[in-house]
Write a protein that binds this ligand. Structure first.
Ligand code: NAD
Length: 451
């Protein structure tokens, strides 16, 4: 589903007019559909050794073949590529980037619409010497620049390996599959760290959440309802949580995904205990918790009142801290769940009229980083997604011109859908993201604000 402007400039007169006037020409993004190929063509795998060869590139090429993909170690003239995977995990000096990048450069124009470039490299802070750190940090700049250059819905993202991870770690392979697939349609110009070798890949990549029980807060509508649908599609049993006032919509969503509804205001002191109790009594386990419920009460700080400030902090962050404490303190959960919290680009870049909201969403990011070791010690994980401009009832209320500008201000020149946010959450909630914890993944089409 695309917005009206995107439909207008996608064909005939509209396309020609946009071309002549130099207007943005967004395209319909390649999104996940069960049964469709993972990538829209062969995958070119390049390494950072001579002629784009390296041991890790050999290993990944073999892995991609085992996924049933068509793999190339050398580009064929004029052949359209579904993706380019750049194994840069062995770069030692900035000069080492030249051969792989210029080899890849020759194939960029052959990328199919909706194609992918994915780099795999090591985190700069795991380098032993400044030259290696410089080379590794340089890859960050490359990914973000290339993402801004690609067209036709193609994206560039990177996987960063921490000291204890390798290209073959379950989390690294899971992240590679996510970035290659249509599930990452609105994730662009982002780098995701895999810090450990922990975990194992899900058995069935199309049902990565089979057998899991997932609690989703704010599930009655908007992004929360999309999260419930996507986690259900991926095999999870859903506990849909929302305020009693949203009871009818909540029941509709819960019925649609054949899960259960829990009417609960997450700001009540015992919200955590009630969530744990419901999940265990009704479903016998709790594997995933998505903190999605959130509100906005916008006002310039100069006009802010205590009601607006207090309610946003209470719903968007204080409740999450309290629920997480209940999870960590509960003797009833043998293993801590994988938690995914919804932040916002406003919490990264700030936004006029949103000092209270940005405090809460920046708070989510701080919480996720600090809580990660606590959850990992109990076999769980916690990560956040930070959506940018998403087409929801909330953004539909923005005045037309402001909205039109806001939704074009990213490399994909369009707003994302609730399903795009839900796909990133489903990935982070799954074993495919093993070894990924304390991370913030932006789902913003590489929003130019706070990029
Ligand atoms: P929405 O208003 O459509 O839905 C939010 C849901 O949360 C509602 O069903 C509401 O009843 C529920 N909720 C609110 N307070 C609650 C409480 N105390 N207890 C239980 N449930 C409660 O919002 P949305 O656009 O779908 O946003 C979902 C999340 O994504 C929010 O955290 C929001 O801040 C974040 N987000 C949205 C956008 C966007 O563009 N829409 C961008 C960035 C981040």
């Amino acid at each position: 589903m695309s917005d009206k402007y995107t439909q207008f400039v996608s064909q005939g007169f509209g396309r020609e007019l946009a071309r002549r006037l130099g207007l943005p020409r967004p395209v319909e993004l390649r999104r996940y559909e069960a049964g469709k190929p993972l990538v829209p063509g062969p995958v070119l795998v390049l390494g950072n050794g001579d002629e784009g060869r390296s041991q890790s590139a050999e290993g990944i090429a073999v892995e991609l073949l085992s996924w049933g993909l068509d793999v190339r170690r050398n580009a064929l003239p004029k052949e359209k590529l579904g993706a380019i995977v750049l194994m840069l995990d062995q770069v030692r000096r900035p000069e080492d980037l030249e051969v792989p990048m210029l080899t890849a450069a020759r194939s960029i124009r052959d990328l199919a619409p909706g194609g992918r470039v994915v780099t795999v490299s090591r985190t700069a802070d795991s380098a032993e010497d400044p030259a290696a750190a410089a080379a590794r940090q340089g890859i960050d700049g490359i990914v973000r620049s290339l993402a801004k250059e690609l067209r036709d819905g193609a994206t560039a993202n990177g996987i960063l390996l921490g000291r204890d991870a390798t290209p073959q770690s379950p989390g690294a392979l899971g992240a590679l599959r996510f970035f290659l697939s249509g599930r990452s349609a609105f994730v662009d110009g982002q780098l995701l760290t895999v810090s450990s070798e922990a975990g194992r890949a899900p058995g069935d990549p199309d049902k990565p959440l089979a057998g899991k029980v997932a609690v989703v807060t704010g599930a009655a509508r908007g992004i929360g309802a999309a999260i419930a649908r996507t986690l259900h599609r991926d095999g999870a049993v859903i506990v849909a949580v929302d305020v009693p006032a949203a009871g009818d919509h909540l029941a509709e969503v819960a019925n649609e995904v054949r899960g259960t509804a829990l009417q609960l205001d997450i700001t009540v002191p015992d919200a955590g205990e009630r969530i744990i109790h419901h999940a265990l009594e009704r479903h016998g386990r709790l594997d995933i918790l998505v903190h999605n419920a959130g509100i906005t009460r916008d006002k310039l700080l100069a006009n802010m009142d205590d009601g607006r400030w207090r309610s946003v902090i209470a719903v968007n962050i204080a409740s999450q801290l309290r629920i997480n404490d209940a999870i960590l303190g509960s003797g009833r959960l043998p293993v801590a769940p994988r938690i995914v919290s919804v932040a916002s680009t406003s919490g990264i870049a700030g936004n006029r009229g949103q000092s209270n909201y940005a405090a809460s969403k920046g708070g989510v990011i701080g919480m996720v980083r600090a809580a990660a070791p606590l959850l990992e010690a109990r076999g769980g994980a916690i990560n956040a997604v930070a959506p940018g401009f998403i087409e929801t009832e909330m953004t539909a209320r923005i005045p037309f011109l402001t909205r039109e500008v806001a939704r074009r201000l990213n490399s994909l020149q369009q707003g994302g859908t609730p399903a795009d946010v839900a796909e990133a959450i489903a990935f982070l909630a799954s074993d495919a993201a093993s070894g990924v914890s304390g991370e913030v993944l932006r789902v913003c089409g590489q929003n130019l604000v706070g990029a």
